[in-house]
Design a protein around this ligand. Structure first.
Ligand code: PSV
Ligand code: MN
Ligand code: MN
Length: 395
């Protein structure tokens, strides 16, 4: 492992960028989750959106890098969104992307925007327009759309007609946007349907975004690709076209596993962040929102989110330590192994000391996991949150 003292690039500049970086956390990461086999409950699990926000604020308090929390509607439905937003502010947080949900109602058995029944399609559009209202009430500008739409059997429905219906529904939602607001359109290659998926890949998402207009961008969920897919290629292409709106970060081994980002393949996360750094896309002006989309089935949720934020920071730090001049020179000279070595030198650098310094410069503990444990928050909420129904993924 290369020591930080051996790095040639400007470490002070890298630290300045790292000090500014923010990662958005998902409200649903703090609820219970599991598989169809078992959902394990944990003492202290939030029972409502307020408690989820309070937990999210703990992640921000010790990392100083997670000041936004995404909501999922209706999982996070409340009577008074102004009050929820004000509560988030009191906790040092703002509300980030609003995620629509058109996959848990019986009406959506055959799809939402792609459904053959015009009544169901209208209901799905109306839900998205409602989400735009929630977005405005909480001071957010991003509506994130993931459609679970698809079919299970050849001939079940017309592949082409479904695309036309999706395009039409998206147009109606897009027409509801005000200036400065965005649609983030997510793709996923399969599940819950297995024969066709209506937005299965970045190309299909991009085609719809291009047809809609500049306020529509693609969300890249790292868990939503077939094994072996070169995700950094997709990142590079979407950045090139100015259409990478956001990441949903997580890790996968087999499918949409939603494990801690950077846990399965930290090198892939580094390669993704290398494309981001090369494109200057850590600059918020480029509009890429770095979000987590994860669930914690067996591990403690708040520490798992803290670890996730740290993993993104470490991958980013390594990407910032790539010697761009040396890399460019080696690439230009056709020095295949030399270029590869420049990248590997950065990846194989222990960046934890500089991240510790970035945290300490903000008055934070160098070790966020230890700092959270020392607050006693986990024990406190476990004692306080008795009764009621614990939040869980899907409710
Ligand atoms: C779908 O698998 C997805 O990635 C979408 O972003 C959903 O909104 C999210 O998971 C819910 O966990
Ligand atoms: Mn996602
Ligand atoms: Mn997913």
């Amino acid at each position: 492992m290369r020591r930080i003292e051996e790095v040639i690039v400007d470490i002070a500049a890298a630290k300045a960028v790292l000090a500014q970086q923010t990662i958005e956390v998902p409200s649903w990461a703090y609820g219970n989750s599991g598989t169809r086999f078992k959902v394990f409950g944990t003492p202290g699990t939030p029972r409502d959106p307020w408690e989820k926000i309070a937990d999210a604020a703990q992640v921000n308090a010790v990392t100083g890098a997670a000041p936004r929390v995404s909501l999922h509607i209706p999982w996070d439905k409340v009577e008074d969104y102004d009050a929820l937003s004000a509560y988030a502010h009191e906790q040092g947080m703002t509300i980030g992307a609003i995620n629509s949900n058109v996959f848990q109602d019986d009406d959506y058995r055959l799809g939402s925007l792609a459904n053959p029944d015009a009544r169901v399609r209208a209901k799905a559009v109306a839900h998205h327009l409602d989400c735009l209202e929630v977005m405005r009430a909480v001071g957010s500008t991003d509506l994130k759309i993931w459609l679970a739409d698809g079919t299970n059997y050849a001939g079940q429905d017309s592949i082409r007609a479904r695309q036309d219906r999706v395009a039409e529904g998206l147009e109606q939602i897009y027409a509801g946007l005000q200036p400065g607001e965005r649609i983030l359109l997510e793709y996923k290659f399969f599940e819950p349907f297995f024969y066709t998926t209506d937005i299965p890949d970045w190309g299909t998402s991009l085609v719809h975004c291009m047809a809609l207009g500049e306020q529509a961008t693609v969300v890249l969920d790292t868990g939503h690709h077939a094994p072996g897919t070169n995700i950094e290629f997709i990142v590079a292409q979407l950045l090139r076209l100015g259409r990478l709106g956001a990441f949903d970060f997580n890790s996968r081994y087999y499918a949409d596993d939603d494990l801690i980002v950077g846990s399965a393949d930290p090198f892939q996360l580094f390669r993704i962040m290398h494309e981001i750094v090369q494109a200057g896309a850590l600059d918020p002006a480029l509009g890429v929102n770095f979000m987590l989309d994860q669930c914690h089935n067996i591990e403690a949720k708040i520490p798992a989110q803290i670890r996730s934020v740290m993993n993104v920071q470490e991958a980013t730090a390594k990407a910032l330590l790539v010697d761009a001049d040396a890399l460019g020179a080696a690439q230009q000279a056709g020095d295949v192994l030399g270029a590869h070595a420049v990248l590997m030198d950065a990846f194989n650098t222990d960046v934890r000391p500089i991240l510790a310094e970035v945290r300490e410069a903000k008055g934070l503990d160098a070790d966020p996991i230890k700092a959270f444990a020392a607050t006693g928050y986990a024990e406190k909420v476990a004692a306080e949150r008795v009764g009621g129904t614990q939040a869980s993924w899907g409710a």
